[in-house]
Design a protein. Sequence first.
Length: 133
Amino acid sequence: KIHELIFTFAFVKGLVAVIFLGLSMLSGCASLFPKNLKSFIRPVCMRFFHNFFAIVSYVLGFVSIIIALNTRQFARYVDPGNMRYVMIGFSSLILAITLIGPLKASFRYLGVMLKSKPSSEIKRTSKDCNDTA
């Protein structure tokens, strides 16, 4: 019985989200020392990978929550009617609204990464500090 609860689809999605969270944390630590690691990888690449892993982790975490809200167990024991559809709607809305800034930053970093000159870097603005997912 516990085996069925542990290996649900929501659990696997949540576990993958935690793995991406770890990757995001590692790339975030690497982003703190761009001068030391500049010989290995460009600083804009470190920021892009940090944002990318964080966005994937965030989306997978939300998808895991939405899937868990849509299970029979939740509907049977917790849901007093159609409340789960309201919760799924608000969760989806929050997910979409909070991804706007990080996606803008990721596309900006990707644009700089794809430029032919590796010396062309973008300056980190105070707005970028809030663009992590």
